[in-house]
Write a protein that binds this ligand. Structure first.
Ligand SMILES: C[S@@+](CC[C@H](N)C(=O)[O-])C[C@H]1O[C@@H](n2cnc3c(N)ncnc32)[C@H](O)[C@@H]1O
Length: 336
């Protein structure tokens, strides 16, 4: 028999409360990580700064629940501040991955939509939004073992239900070396604890579940997504695969000629956009009609020593002019 817990308004977070009728108490056969300290609630006064657009409202930030190749952990800080400085009613993230930017934002506008053409990614967010309790129940006895990692790697995800598929994706993504998405290998380091620890992971997943309330999740190719959600008040954030790493997320998703296709579509946008990418001469050429802000970010993979890499923020659209951007960056400053 598993662990039973009462989920009542006193014990549960708001993500659970929304499923309960007033006064209702649920008893579930599930290990619920409710004892962990929740992150401090956001106070509106903490979040309203000179630069913040008032049509957005405070929201509790969350952390990505698994490492992800190309995840924006380092640059997210500056990207989020730039986003907060630009007026928008719809935030539309085209290549969301594990949500390194989306989840860390502490303000949200009227509407939000996230997208990833990789079915595993879109599916895991959908399951977290709608079937969170069932997912936790499925994963609660999982331990970090090389055998389980190898067993799950061999399974064709197309043969699984969406719930099983989400659990498999989370397990592999947590335990794979370097947050790799394809060609994964089992990641171990003598100095760190097991990568799949449901007692710690549960808290992260609950926060993501709560953050996803009201968010639309799409699984479209970038061009269809942009076409569908482009309005005068849309702000797109785009984090496409790095130049040179177009196939890092699986075959047939993205190819080198897609950068030019993207640039052409962005040049006719009704809304505004911010795009982050590695700073390469080929990228500067493809996006030469737009403005750039340059950064240097330090990354290390596994035990490899940290290296510095140049990154670009590309921006543009109907009202995101160089003057407007400079006014925003002057007030906000650089990376930290
Ligand atoms: C650099 S990663 C995004 C990382 C994300 N910003 C984060 O912090 O986790 C690029 C993402 O684009 C997705 N992708 C690749 N080709 C795509 C396409 N044609 N349309 C939409 N998404 C695509 C990949 O599945 C991957 O998740």
């Amino acid at each position: 028999m598993g662990d039973f817990v009462d989920i009542s308004p006193q014990r549960a977070g708001p993500g659970v409360l929304q499923h309960l009728k007033p006064g209702e108490v649920l008893s579930l056969d599930i290990s619920w990580p409710s004892e962990a300290d929740p992150p401090p609630a956001c106070r509106r006064s903490d979040l309203i700064r000179k630069n913040t657009i008032m049509s957005t409202v405070p929201v509790r930030p969350a952390k990505p629940f698994a490492p992800y190749l190309g995840g924006k952990s380092k640059l997210s800080n500056v990207i989020i501040r730039r986003i907060a400085g630009i007026e928008h009613d719809l935030y539309a993230e085209v290549f969301v991955g594990m949500g390194g930017v989306f989840l860390r934002r502490s303000l949200r506008p009227k509407a939000e939509v996230i997208n990833d053409y990789n079915y595993e990614v879109a599916n895991v967010f959908r399951v977290l939004e709608h079937h969170y309790l069932a997912l936790m129940k499925l994963m609660k006895f999982k331990l970090t073992t090389r055998r389980e990692f190898e067993r799950l790697c061999k399974i064709d995800p197309g043969t699984l239900t969406d719930l099983q598929r989400a659990a498999r994706f989370i397990y592999l993504q947590r335990t794979a070396f370097g947050g790799k998405v394809s060609g994964q290998s089992f990641g171990v380091a003598p100095s760190r604890s097991a990568r799949f620890d449901i007692t710690r992971l549960g808290t992260l997943l609950e926060e993501v579940h709560e953050r996803l309330a009201g968010v639309v999740i799409e699984c479209l190719n970038f061009s269809d997504f942009i076409e569908r959600y482009d309005t005068e008040t849309t702000l797109f954030y785009l984090d496409p695969p790095y130049f040179g790493g177009e196939t890092d997320y699986g075959k047939g998703l993205f190819c080198r000629s897609d950068y030019a296709k993207l640039a052409s579509q962005l040049s006719a946008l009704k809304g505004n956009f911010i795009l982050s990418i590695n700073d390469r001469p080929e990228i500067r050429k493809v996006f030469s009609q737009f403005e750039f802000e340059q950064h240097e970010v330090t990354y290390s993979v596994g035990l490899k020593t940290a290296d510095k890499y140049p990154e670009l923020l590309v921006y543009g659209g109907n009202s995101l002019t160089k003057d407007r951007w400079e006014a925003i960056t002057e007030k906000q400053g650089g990376l930290f």
